[in-house]
Design a protein around this ligand. Structure first.
Ligand code: S3P
Length: 422
């Protein structure tokens, strides 16, 4: 994909649906009694993998115009798959579905692409095994491909060793089927879409301080779901609006759940001109329009509890750091090493090709901003967020940029380049 920089941008756009909420809408829709109608579902590769897995588990899922309809069969309605469940590139699908499959009265085989096969699954295996689950891989620590022999589970209290919404959700979903209460203790708050949607569907979920309590209920009930636009996708245009001169970008109906708005707080701390208007709440999820205008950014330090609130936005935040005056430090972000690529390494390797002054640390990076970026040829490493972050850098660099293997944006944002280059 070739990117030619733009002098100014004035546009109003609606980015596609939230990836995390779209995954959960299929999974919980499948487990609910009745028909779940989903508006704004993200038709990205990752969410299509979730649909395909649940179809293999006996759930009828269809598209009617711009809606997805899930014909849920209740908490005990899934049937044994006759084929391996392939999650493609989707860590969310693999980790969350494992919680559900651990409790089913059948055996499942799971696999995914080359990137998924390198991502740690031990983090779900440890708590799920404490609940009684049987997960079998071919090495000491669990990696895909692996098998799950479904069995009866018992509730546990589990303190997460890392802030991870995927691990929390895997445990809570297993907890729906367990005997007794399940309690997950978080080191820092992470996205709470599982809890919000479960509550809408009649589950008994309570948040007490940093603990999430889940008590089993006899059934979940279908509920119409409206998926807001994904703030993680909006983030590319939010940063673009800040760093491109004489520009204004309006992003409509973006999910602004406070567990996800770290990108707004970080950019505001860097001096960004960002405003949120028309705030509402749909299905317990906060939504609003985000208005961004060209900004004179300065460096900041991001770490601690801020990290889980912007973990997927760090590639594009690093781009913002390159265009800011002074030093931007990103710390406590070791989790970047186990994403679709090792994002500490891939962000730094690719931004250096533009001439950025950026240094690797053990838990993040240090960016000396203000050095003008020069267009170049970069590599996505088959990581959608690296491809999109580099496209934003290319839009504001001097000269042309070429992104190799840019088609991976279809994982989370199929029309990214159409919106960017329109
Ligand atoms: C997600 C949680 C995060 C995030 C991922 C989506 C989710 O992962 O990076 O893109 O939908 O629960 P971790 O739970 O591994 O931090």
């Amino acid at each position: 994909m070739k990117i030619t920089p733009k002098k100014e941008i004035h546009t109003t756009i609606t980015v596609p649906g939230d990836k995390s909420i779209s995954h959960r809408s299929i999974m919980l829709g499948a487990l609910a009694k009745g028909t779940t109608e989903i508006e704004g579902f993200l038709m990205g590769e990752d969410c299509l993998s979730t649909i395909s897995c649940f179809q293999k588990l006996g759930i009828r899922i269809e598209q009617q115009k711009d809606k997805i309809i899930v014909h849920g069969k209740g908490l005990h309605g899934l049937t044994a798959p006759t084929e391996t469940l392939d999650v493609g590139n989707s860590g969310t699908t693999l980790r969350l579905i494992s919680g559900i499959l651990s409790a089913q009265p059948f055996c499942s085989h799971l696999t995914g692409d080359a990137s998924i096969q390198k991502r740690p699954m031990e983090r779900i295996a440890v708590p799920l095994r404490q609940m009684g689950a049987v997960l079998k891989g071919s090495s000491d620590k669990l990696f895909a491909p692996f098998a799950i022999e479904g069995t009866a589970l018992k509730g546990i209290t589990y303190a997460l060793p890392m802030a991870s919404a995927q691990v929390k959700s895997a445990i809570l979903l297993a907890g729906l089927f367990a005997k007794g209460e399940t309690i997950v203790i978080e080191p820092e708050p992470t996205r709470d879409h599982t809890e919000i949607m479960l509550r809408c569907m009649g589950a008994e979920i309570q948040k007490i301080g940093n603990e999430i309590h889940c008590k089993p209920v006899p059934e979940l009930y279908a509920h119409k779901i409206v998926v807001p636009s994904d703030i993680s996708s909006a983030a590319y245009f939010i940063v673009l609006g800040c760093i491109c001169e004489n520009s204004e970008i309006i992003l409509k109906n973006v999910g602004i759940n406070p567990t996800r708005t770290g990108i707004l707080d970080a950019l505001l701390a860097m001096g960004a001109n960002i405003h949120v208007k028309n705030e509402t709440i749909i299905n317990g999820e906060k939504i609003g329009d985000i208005i961004v205008t060209s900004s004179k950014l300065h460096g900041t330090t991001i770490g601690g509890a801020e990290i889980p609130r912007l973990i997927d936005e760090i590639p594009v935040l690093a781009v913002a750091g390159c265009f800011a005056q002074g030093t931007t430090i990103i710390k406590d972000a070791q989790e970047l090493k186990v994403k679709e690529s090792n994002r500490i390494k891939t962000i730094i390797a690719e931004l250096k090709k533009f001439g950025a002054n950026i240094t690797e640390t053990d838990d993040g990076m240090i960016i000396q901003g203000g050095t003008p970026l020069k267009g170049c040829t970069v590599e996505s490493h088959q990581d959608h967020r690296i491809a999109m972050a580099m496209a934003v850098a290319g839009m504001c660099a001097s000269g042309q940029t070429e992104i190799r293997n840019a088609e991976c944006v279809t994982i989370s944002f199929p029309n990214f380049f159409d919106l960017l280059l329109k």
